[in-house]
Design a protein around this ligand. Sequence first.
Ligand code: SF4
Ligand code: FES
Length: 247
Amino acid sequence: MKLTLKIWRQKDANDKGKLVDYQLSDVSPDMSFLEMLDVLNQQLIDNDEEPVAFDHDCREGICGTCSLYINGRAHGPDREITVCQLHMRSFKDGDTIYIEPWRAKAFPVIKDLIVDRSSFDRIQQAGGFISVNTSGNTQDANNILIPTADADTAMDAATCIGCGACVATCKNSSAMLFVGAKVSQYALLPQGRIEAADRVKNMVAQMDLEGFGNCTNTGACEVECPKGISLDTIARMNRELMKASCK
Ligand code: SF4
Ligand code: FES
């Protein structure tokens, strides 16, 4: 395949940035999207040009670091996959592909296609944990009976990989799907109930502090989420917040 790539290049957070055109030939349909970018970067290095900076780690849909806006879609054209799971067979010979970073105030661009998602880390640090006494008297988790439906729903929420596609695709740059998933993961399990009120209040307060927008029920986040996190998690988070605020 021969492709024209229009890639966002930005030296650092202060640079204005612009789309730059690149031509790439001999792209195999079996390459992953990131392997295609590796080939481009090798070509740039061979020509003494600066390679394109992009985030990646596991390359198997687990870590949540790959984060590209491809032809106006978070994680590209396919549903429920990350960029690293996207393959070039999803494109045609001769295609022009636009590749941009996540764009949200709370995710400032560091360089080219890499954004700073430490705002998500700070939300997690505000309440995305449980405090467990590990003195040696810890109860065996198998002794705590949990309805299968609750365990399954909590597990579904726990599949959120913190990629930020929900924020990038939301017209309000809202992080409510991410925070809803994190709150739901604990709210549905007895281990998470002890600190539930503080957790939801602290995580939502941090979310607001970071500059994320509010949810207006558009649902774009659910459509673009690579893990299929449901809007139900946002409703659960709102109910948890209401309960916590009435205490
Ligand atoms: S809710 Fe989905 S889109 Fe948002 S951070 Fe989690 S996995 Fe990514
Ligand atoms: S590189 Fe880890 S999810 Fe894509």
